[in-house]
Design a protein around this ligand. Structure first.
Ligand SMILES: [Mg+2]
Ligand SMILES: [Zn+2]
Length: 272
């Protein structure tokens, strides 16, 4: 459906766990990770952990093999493929890193479903070590958001998307996430957008405590089957709404066509 942009967080939203922890744990470096965590930002620590793992003889191929085994709920890939097939613009915004995400979505066969993956940059250096750097260089140009970690403000990424939509024409956004880092972008969503927080996860707690700050309609989900059901239902609702709007504009109707009205429980405004 043209006009719908679906933004996914990655860890604990697309895959079932945190990819950083998964790699560190599966390659046997949990203890070192826990020791170093109080001493540096998470993103810098992941770069450091990749150096440590390399020093212990772990290769890029070992990391890829672990990533390909990352657990995922069986309904997530079908949901993503369906949303893409019906024409939604799908994007990822994640505080993991490009290498982890690309390895996994490539393995799942859904890489081409996404028009954008926004995450911390990564590359393989001359010694075949995976290097991870911050999405935002917090030394030279720190962001001003006090809700987000220094290396990434997901709200800024959403605002950048919104600025490009205002040039390209109206879009409705659906955002799915679980973490505290998904709260800032949820505040950037506008009326007519949809927030899908994972229930009983940090973003859901933050939204429950600050409900009045959100302009988007909130639809919580717990696991993959519910994610699929709610996401596809929202896409259908927006599609009906968009075609109703087009119809009413074309025909110069002052009222909302009945079918669209019934499909959408809350009052709906049609802007002429
Ligand atoms: Mg997450
Ligand atoms: Zn932020």
């Amino acid at each position: 459906m043209a006009g719908i942009v679906v933004v996914f967080d990655f860890d604990k939203t697309i895959i079932e766990l945190d990819s950083d922890n998964w790699v560190v744990d599966e390659l046997g470096a949990t203890e070192l990770f826990d020791q170093l965590l109080p001493t540096m930002p998470w993103n810098s620590l992941m770069d450091r952990m990749m150096k440590e793992l390399h020093a212990q003889g772990k290769t890029i191929e070992d990391i890829e093999e672990v990533l390909r085994r990352a657990p995922i709920h069986p309904r997530i890939v079908p949901a993503i493929k369906k949303a893409h097939a019906i024409g939604c613009d799908l994007r990822i915004v994640s505080d993991a890193n490009m290498f982890f995400i690309e390895t996994i979505v490539d393995h799942l066969g859904i890489k081409d479903c996404f028009s954008e993956i926004n995450s911390n940059p990564s590359y393989i250096d001359e010694q075949r070590r995976l290097r991870i750097s911050p999405y935002i260089d917090f030394h030279s140009s720190p962001h001003a958001c006090d809700l987000c970690p220094p290396n990434m403000c997901k709200g800024m990424i959403i605002e950048r998307m919104q600025a490009s939509f205002s040039k390209e024409g109206k879009r409705r956004m659906i955002y799915l996430g679980d973490g505290a880092g998904d709260f800032c972008p949820s505040l950037k969503l506008k009326e007519g957008d949809f927030m899908m927080p994972r229930k009983n996860f940090p973003v859901w707690d933050l939204i429950c405590k600050n409900r009045a700050l959100l302009r988007a309609e909130i639809h919580e989900w717990i696991e993959g089957e519910e994610l699929e059901h709610i996401l596809l239902e929202l896409i259908e609702t927006i599609s009906n709404l968009n075609s109703a709007q087009m119809l009413s504009v074309d025909c110069k109707f002052e009222t909302i066509p009945m079918a669209a009205h019934e499909a959408l429980p809350p009052p709906l405004k049609v802007h002429h």
